[in-house]
Design a protein around this ligand. Structure first.
Ligand code: CA
Length: 265
């Protein structure tokens, strides 16, 4: 099945051009600089179509999927740079898509959640989504969020040059975005990696909960602080740390967390 064979629900786009919203000069542009691709998973055409057009106007290649099945097929085919993901889809839940995408890749994901569904936002973030926007949203707001998430998630030249940090048997390599323990690679989610990087960079000092939120999530995150604790316990489990007597990741009650410095171990 190719992209073009996938019907877009409610779309009036010409056959052979379904779901694609791009500038006519995108071909030339691609030769100079690869356009970044955004996969928009949204079954409601009155939301999907204007949003896809707005994102395309900002210089992104945009593809639309209206179901869980389509979104997974398109994600595998396109390897998009970012996924915008609706929660309620005709054949299932956006959370299942989020979980499945995370199993395959670290592609940045922004959930499109319904107003008042606080639980949805927390579930999405805990499944590894990078951010969320609440409906009804303006296209401008979504585009701003796309740029913010891409800025945070794309390795910057400075980060590429960052030296590996070694603490005990742990080694975090920022350039490779890889953590090893005794040489074995630990499977960390993006957020777990970023949180661990922040903690290891500040080894021996306290990182406050606020700092962690600002650095790893972003300032527009006012949701449940449970997310941070979920990530901390996930990290402890993967590091082999005992939460009642941690070796690496210590809780500083009421303040935040502190990673052991190399000479403490
Ligand atoms: Ca929907």
């Amino acid at each position: 099945m190719t992209t073009r064979d996938i019907p877009l629900p409610g779309s009036s786009a010409a056959p052979g051009n379904r779901g694609r919203f791009a500038f006519p000069w995108s071909g030339q542009n691609a030769a100079v600089q690869r356009k970044r691709t955004v996969l928009l998973v949204e079954d409601e055409p009155s939301i999907a179509e204007p949003l896809a057009e707005a994102i395309a106007r900002e210089g992104f290649e945009t593809e639309v999927a209206g179901t869980v099945a389509e979104s997974l097929a398109l994600a595998a085919e396109l390897e998009p740079d970012l996924v915008l993901l609706d929660v309620m889809l005709p054949d299932g839940s956006g959370f299942d898509v989020c979980r499945e995408l995370r199993r395959r890749s670290q592609v940045p994901i922004i959930m499109l959640t319904a107003r008042g569904e606080e639980a949805d936002r927390v579930v999405g973030l805990e499944l590894g989504a990078d951010d969320y926007v609440v409906k009804p949203f303006s296209a401008r707001e979504v585009v701003a969020r796309i740029r913010a998430v891409l800025r945070r998630t794309e390795p910057s030249p400075g980060r590429d040059e960052a030296k590996p940090i070694e603490i005990g048997e742990l080694r975090l390599d920022p350039a490779k975005r890889e953590v090893t323990k005794d040489g074995d690679v630990l499977e960390l989610s993006r957020k777990e990696f970023e949180l661990l990087q922040l903690l290891m960079q500040n080894a021996g000092s306290v990182v406050t909960r606020e700092q962690a939120f600002e650095d790893v999530w972003d300032t527009n995150w006012f949701g449940s602080t449970k997310t941070l604790d979920v990530h901390v316990s996930g990290l402890r489990r993967k590091l082999g740390d005992d939460s009642s007597e941690p070796r690496f990741l210590h809780t500083v009650r009421g303040v935040g967390f502190r990673f052991a410095s190399p000479d403490e171990l």
